[in-house]
Design a protein around this ligand. Structure first.
Ligand SMILES: Nc1ncnc2c1ncn2[C@@H]1O[C@H](COP(=O)(O)OP(=O)(O)OP(=O)(O)O)[C@@H](O)[C@H]1O
Ligand SMILES: [Mg+2]
Length: 272
């Protein structure tokens, strides 16, 4: 099982939208998908609970940290372990943090029948976030193209306790950073300038795909269809609107870059 962690300590950059839409896409590609929402805001759980193709388990994400044994999962091909309000209080129980991380890891091992697990995280580096990085195989970091967010990426990588580099060198050498994914991109000169600065200074950290024509960077534009799909609990390609189909045509190559980065075969085309 490949486990993708959506991570960025900056809020509102699209972690939950990417987690939700990417999960729906992967299922459409024929993969079996488990989604775990570690954010008490539940912005991934909410749309997926509305989606009729998703099987929602009876327990919630806090139980994964607290239960003595991995809770059993149903047989479904797209399964959600939803978020809950208790998640934010786990940080205040430091004496149990080791146990939390170990139980989370044990559950993921017990649930490894899925092709892929997607973990959405909260925007604070705490024990939930650490447990996700310890158990994950890949990390993707959506950002918005402003100075603050760009600086936030260095914090994400170099955090003194939960930096991705530190987790790789100590607890999880298999963790791979797939890259930074600029999201909510607007066609303004300011954003274009910021993207150029980002590519110049952090080019090797951006989500990209190498081809004969050189390196292509992945980015997702600001498209109301994405917010609408999230609100309706739908896969964006399923929204019955031309604007959604146009948005999907832009997003799909980016999601395929992520699939390729995770060595997951792209099975067939999703009609748009
Ligand atoms: N490319 C996009 N175009 C338009 N709207 C988007 C796009 N990506 C995300 N959104 C919308 O922007 C808002 C913030 O996105 P989202 O909740 O995914 O961010 P987040 O990083 O998960 O935030 P938090 O850190 O608070 O969990 C949501 O309303 C979402 O639907
Ligand atoms: Mg979120």
């Amino acid at each position: 099982m490949k486990t993708l962690v959506l991570a960025n300590q900056k809020g509102g950059v699209g972690k939950s939208a990417v987690a939700t839409q990417f999960a729906l896409y992967q299922r459409r590609q024929g993969l079996t998908v488990l989604v775990i929402d570690l954010d008490h805001q539940q912005n991934t759980s909410r749309p997926l609970r509305l989606n009729e193709t998703v099987e929602v388990v009876e327990f919630t994400a806090s139980d994964v940290f607290e239960a003595q044994r991995p809770p059993p999962l149903p047989d479904g091909a797209l399964v959600l372990v939803g978020g809950d309000d208790r998640l934010s209080s786990l940080e205040r129980r430091p004496s149990e943090h080791n146990a939390f991380a170990n139980r989370f890891l044990a559950s993921l091992k017990a649930w490894s029948r899925f092709d892929v697990c997607i973990i959405d995280t909260n925007p604070n580096p705490d024990i939930r976030y650490a447990a996700a990085l310890i158990a994950g195989t890949h990390v993707l970091a959506p950002i918005q193209l402003n100075q603050e967010a760009i600086e936030g990426v260095t914090a994400l990588l170099g955090h003194n306790r939960y930096g991705i580099g530190l987790i790789q060198s100590t607890l999880n050498p298999e963790l791979r950073f797939l890259g930074i994914l600029p999201n909510l991109v607007e066609p303004t000169p300011f954003q274009r300038g910021n993207f150029q600065a980002l590519a110049k200074n952090y080019g090797s950290l951006l989500l990209s795909q190498r081809s004969e024509r050189g390196n292509t960077f992945g980015l997702i534009q600001k498209r109301t269809a994405i917010a609408e799909a999230q609100a309706a609990g739908l896969f964006v390609a399923d929204l019955p609107k031309t604007s959604a189909r146009d948005a999907w045509r832009e997003i799909r190559p980016v999601f395929d870059m992520v699939l390729e980065g995770m060595d997951l075969a792209v099975a067939g085309r999703v009609s748009a």
